[in-house]
Design a protein around this ligand. Structure first.
Ligand SMILES: [Zn+2]
Length: 91
């Protein structure tokens, strides 16, 4: 699978592209090399630089970020324990 949209972040690992109700979303996991710490899930929904959502801490509220988190777990970029920590911290 190839990304649908332009995305120029060198820290991002492409996870998958999903389609839902005729809308297409590219899923990424971002691990900025300069920053020590966990990465974050990213969902791109268009080519404009601002056409994205991000934040593992919002995966409990936003289904698209939740799906990105599941794909990141499947690729071993994020652990279930990390996701639980992010979600539990925000509830
Ligand atoms: Zn990135």
């Amino acid at each position: 699978m190839e990304p649908e949209y332009k995305h120029n972040c060198p820290g991002c690992t492409y996870l998958n592209t999903i389609e839902q109700h005729s809308k297409v979303y590219d899923l990424y996991y971002c691990t900025p090399s300069q920053v020590v710490g966990p990465g974050t899930v990213v969902v791109r929904k268009g080519n404009e630089p601002s056409d994205y959502l991000m934040g593992t801490e919002f995966a409990g509220f936003n289904p698209l970020l939740s799906i990105a988190a599941i794909h990141a777990i499947a690729k071993d970029l994020l652990s279930i324990e990390e996701l639980k920590w992010y979600i539990a911290d925000k509830i």
